[in-house]
Design a protein around this ligand. Structure first.
Ligand SMILES: Cc1ncc(COP(=O)(O)O)c(C=O)c1O
Length: 491
């Protein structure tokens, strides 16, 4: 390989470019504030030598560090995760269930949750999020729906919801936790996108929604790397002990994490929490003003629409993460993919996610004033360039992204695990109607499955997938990389 083609060289070039990241990780590649005093990683990259404890059997400095972190967060226990939230989610699901149990789970979950469900051959009872129709994105999970599902499924071992969603939608975690606890079972919250909630200020000054941990959830998993200044793969798992078998949970944490946990990543986790505890309030009050100015100016857009606080109280939305900039282009001739491309090619701005009709920008305390202004200017300019003739009747009349938003509710024919282990065959997607899927189908990002193994494939689903492919969205999960064929169960 030529030296200039090495990954490292490509990353260095990218780092020097003017491309501005509105995506994770939350440090935004800014070499300032507390990234500045982080040493060269080679100097601190060790293994479990004398005096440096062992993450899988912590008795010394790592134990003390995690006990300190638990106090910072108000948890009974906090675990450092070096395999991202994914490792914490797998451990949480396996830690609360026995093989073949039933779990109540919100359908708009990340694929890691489905992987946990497969590993324990769990039966699933889905709760579908409501839909914010004006933008065709998923809303929250209503407490009422959780209550009703618990009523019908008294044998469930746990409730699991994702909050906030990729789009910053927060559900009523306190209500959902109370409902689960009334039945004596724990609530797991995938708060991968809400690690910053824990540092969002106190009471009236609070800029972000309350963390699920402060709302009564029992296991809360947060990706530090998504919204805080921390290395990719760093995350934490918080525990309130009452409904949790700690020994079992800790055993699974060993299973799903490397037996050689990186000291660079662990030091990065501790450093991030330390600095956020010390200076988080200050960072946020400085940045709050910028965020709010950005949001206010973007709310004046005529054709593009910013997801705003007016959704709170409807569609199962309990609260909104204001740092998430969700811009819908529904009804205009732009698709999310085209809008993302325009932002990248013309303005050198990289979004986190381009959906069928919207884009998502992740903003964090490490965004510069200049970066936020570039985003504002670009979106206002794109909006100004639209005009009333720009509405595309064909697209406006379409049934928008309904599969992705959870309107499509496939029949469950067997557990995911059973379907994964059946004999299977590769069939052209257009010929799959009526068959049972043996694999996942999702758009990436956000990685939320539209179809999971064991579900019946309907014509409506096939049409949606073909449409996604035509729109240029990245349809993934299938063994066939061209996403033309799907594995189906043949028994
Ligand atoms: C909602 C949600 N949960 C969990 C994860 C997994 O997090 P990680 O990448 O830290 O493993 C993701 C990743 O994007 C996610 O979007």
């Amino acid at each position: 390989m030529k030296e200039e083609n090495l990954l490292l060289e490509r990353l260095k070039n990218y780092g020097r470019s003017q491309r501005y990241p509105f995506h994770m990780p939350g440090h935004k590649r800014q070499k300032r504030c507390f990234c500045e005093n982080f040493p060269n990683p080679y100097e601190i990259d060790i293994t479990e030598i004398e005096g440096f404890d062992n993450l899988h059997h912590p008795e010394g400095i790592l134990r003390e560090s995690m006990q300190w972190a638990a106090k910072v967060y108000g948890a009974d226990r906090t675990y450092y995760l070096i395999n991202g939230s994914s490792g914490g989610i797998l451990s949480a699901i396996c830690g609360v269930s026995s093989f073949g149990d039933k779990i109540i789970v919100s359908r708009n979950c990340h694929k890691s949750i489905y992987h946990g469900i497969i590993l324990k051959n769990l039966k699933t009872e889905y709760i579908y999020p409501q839909i914010i129709e004006k933008m065709w994105i998923t809303g929250g999970i209503s407490t009422d729906d959780v209550e009703k599902t618990l009523e019908k499924n008294p044998d469930a071992c746990a409730v699991l919801v994702v909050s906030p969603t990729y789009d910053g939608i927060v559900s009523d975690i306190r209500g959902i936790a109370d409902a689960a606890h009334k039945r004596g079972i724990p609530l797991i919250v995938d708060e991968a996108h809400g690690a910053h909630f824990s540092f969002g200020g106190k009471d009236a000054e609070r800029f972000f929604p309350l963390s699920a941990l402060d709302c009564g959830a029992d296991l809360v998993i947060q990706s530090l790397h998504k919204t805080l200044p921390s290395f990719t793969q760093t995350a934490v798992l918080h525990v309130k002990e009452k409904y949790i078998n700690i020994e079992k949970l800790e055993w699974y944490l060993q299973v799903y994490q490397s037996s050689s946990p990186s000291y660079v990543l662990m030091a990065g986790i501790e450093h991030c929490i330390f600095e956020m505890e010390k200076r988080g309030g200050k960072y946020y009050s400085e940045f709050q003003e910028r965020f709010l100015r950005l949001r206010k100016n973007l709310s004046s857009m005529k054709y593009l629409k910013l997801l705003d606080e007016d959704v709170i109280g409807e569609f199962g939305v309990h609260d909104l993460d204001k740092s998430r900039i969700v811009v819908s282009c529904k009804g205009t001739s732009l698709s999310g993919e085209k809008l993302g491309e325009l932002l990248r090619k013309k303005y050198d701005l990289e979004m986190e996610l381009c959906g069928i009709d919207y884009v998502v920008a992740i903003t964090t305390i490490f965004d510069t004033q200049e970066g936020l202004m570039r985003l504002e200017k670009a979106l206002l300019e794109i909006d100004k360039d639209r005009n009333s003739n720009d509405f595309d009747d064909e697209r406006t009349g379409e049934k928008e992204a309904n599969v992705f938003c959870g309107e499509y509710r496939p029949e469950i024919c067997m557990t995911l695990s059973e379907a994964m282990n059946k004999k299977r065959d590769r069939i052209k997607i257009s010929d799959c109607a009526g068959k049972i899927s043996a694999e996942f189908v999702y758009l990436y990002p956000p990685g939320i499955p539209i179809l999971v193994p064991g579900e019946r494939i309907e014509q409506e689903f096939i049409e949606e997938i073909l449409r996604y492919r035509q729109t240029g969205l990245s349809v993934q999960g299938m063994a066939d990389r061209t996403s033309e064929y799907l594995m189906v169960c043949t028994e």
